[in-house]
Every structure is written in C-alpha cells, then in structure tokens.
Design a protein around this ligand. Structure first.
Ligand code: ASP
Length: 298
C-alpha cells in the first residue's frame, strides 16, 4: 500500500489534545497534561524511528489520547444534551488518499481503530451510528457500554452546565518514506444536540492528508471549520496558491476567526516542515521528530 522507496531518515509526528480557553492551570494539573502528552509522543516516535509508517504512528497516538481521560475523545469524551457520549473520528493517508471515518457512535471503544479498519478494508468510506457498530462487531473491535466513556469530571461539567467549550484529539505524521497521514477523534462540542456532527469525523473539514501537500488535523468550532472545509483549504492554498504550510494555516484560521469561530490546526507538509497555530488561549500539543521533542499548552 505504501511506497518503500526514497527513505529519507526524517520523521515527524505532531499531536494535539484540543484547543482550549481554560486558564485555571496550576503547576500540578499542567504537569499531568505534559506527562500524558509526552507518553503518547514517545510511543509514536518509537514506531517511526523503527521504520514504521505514518499511519501506524498516527493511529497509535490517537488511540492513546482516546484512552487518556483528560481529553475529549474516547474515555473522557464530552457529554451531549442528554448526558451521553456520541463519538466521531476520521483517518486519511496521503499516498492513495484512502480514508475511514465514523460518525455518531455510542459503543466503539477506540473510534480511531475502527477508522483504520475501514480505511484498510474499504479504502474510502464513512460509516455512521448503527452501521459503524455492526462493522466494528464483524471485525472484532472492542465495544463497550456508553457509561465506559463517562468520567465524573465530565459529568460534573455537564450537570453544572459549565463552560467547557473545546476538546478533540488529533495527530499528523510523516514517515521516513515520505508518507503523510492525519487522524482526528472527538466527543464533539459539549452539550451538543442529538445527531449533531462536527468537522472532526469528516475528510476535508477536520482531517486531510495528501502526499502532494500536507497532513492536517483541526480542533475548534466544528461548524466554522466545516463551513470552509478547513483542512482541505490548507492543502489547496499550498497546492494552488503556493503558500507555505505556516501561511496556509494562518490564512484559514484568520478566515474562521473573521466569521466568528475559534480553534487550532496542526500540520506537516510533504518535506517535513510542521506548524501548530490556534486562536484560542491555548492548545494541548506536542511534536517529536528525529531532532527534537517539545510539548506546550499556552
Ligand atoms: N471540532 C470539534 C467539533 O466541532 C470540537 C473540538 O475540536 O473541540 O465537534
């Protein structure tokens, strides 16, 4: 499926744990977030360092973020208007532009693993709700009760109707063969209405990868990212307007800000340049490459 040619010995993976406007961090809670992000990066780095593919590193990183209850994806996902979770995720690889997406699922333990299965078996497919869960069962993926995802801290926010606007996790990577991949997973906007779908589970909106241009994962006000096909727009600005990755991401985030939305984008271009940017107060994020490891929040 992927090219083994032109090994460049250069790899990069970026992760995010969502854009955030929360500023209540004390040193203790900050160090818990940093520790978890670092753990995810180190594991993903091992895959790329050992010659693994971008898709394997992205899936591993997003799965680990889904399993960590600090972030709004998988366990610890935000609750919808009736106090349940409905998950969305997407995965795209850059060589053949194959993708797998799932929307509005209740019982799939790790949405990104189902996206990977769909991508590998069906090449290009979006599955929602019951259909996604039937596909997961057929492929022996773990299904759990909806209560598995619900943590006491999310329930507290929900009951008190507290402001807790953003969250979502994502990863983008380039492997030593030059292949790009992007993945995103979310519980969506807190208190979302039943049936609401954001940008995170959709190709071109919250996630995009093409070896010709870049790999992108977004977080923020899904409706505003969807309105302009944010992830695809970054790639188009690179391909058609010859913008750099940084300028393309900046342009898209400015457009979203002008129309009233907020959020963040992580991206890697096809020669391994990378960029993080956000219009919120912070974004949980980290990068590891053959040269550096860095984790930041504000
Ligand atoms: N983009 C996600 C959504 O709209 C939320 C987020 O990234 O925080 O569902």
């Amino acid at each position: 499926m992927r090219s083994m040619e032109s090994v460049k010995n250069k790899y990069v993976i970026l992760i995010h744990g969502g854009a955030t406007n929360l500023t209540f961090f004390n040193e203790k809670s900050r160090s818990v977030y940093i520790y978890q992000l670092k753990r995810v990066l180190i594991k993903a780095k091992q895959i790329l360092l050992n010659g693994g593919f971008a898709i394997d590193a992205v899936v591993q990183a997003v799965k680990d973020l889904e399993d960590c209850e600090l972030f709004n994806a998988g366990k610890g996902a935000a609750l919808n208007e009736i106090g349940e979770t409905r998950l969305e995720a997407s995965l795209m690889e850059g060589e053949f532009n194959h993708f797998g997406c799932i929307l509005d699922t209740k019982h799939i333990k790790n949405p990104i693993l189902l996206c990977e299965k769909i991508l590998k078996e069906q090449q290009k497919l979006i599955l929602c709700g019951e259909g996604a869960e039937i596909f997961a069962k057929k492929n022996d993926l773990d299904l759990v009760k909806n209560s598995y995802f619900i943590t006491s801290s999310r329930q507290k926010y929900w009951k008190n109707n507290q402001k807790e606007k953003f969250g979502t996790v994502g990863a983008v990577a380039i492997d030593i063969y030059g292949n790009l991949c992007a993945g995103t997973s979310t519980g969506g906007m807190p208190n979302k209405i039943i049936g609401r779908i954001g940008d995170s589970g959709l190709i071109g909106k919250g996630t995009f990868a093409d070896n010709k241009t870049c790999a992108i994962s977004c977080t923020g006000d899904g409706e505003y990212f969807s309105q302009i096909d944010a992830a695809y727009k970054v790639a188009s600005l690179i391909e058609l307007k010859k913008l750099s990755l940084n300028d393309a991401i900046k342009t898209v985030l400015e457009e979203i800000k002008t129309s009233g939305g907020q959020g963040g984008i992580i991206g890697i271009d096809n020669i391994g340049n990378y960029h993080f940017q956000f219009t919120t107060k912070g974004m949980y994020r980290g990068i590891v490459s053959n040269k550096e490891i860095r984790i930041e929040i504000e």
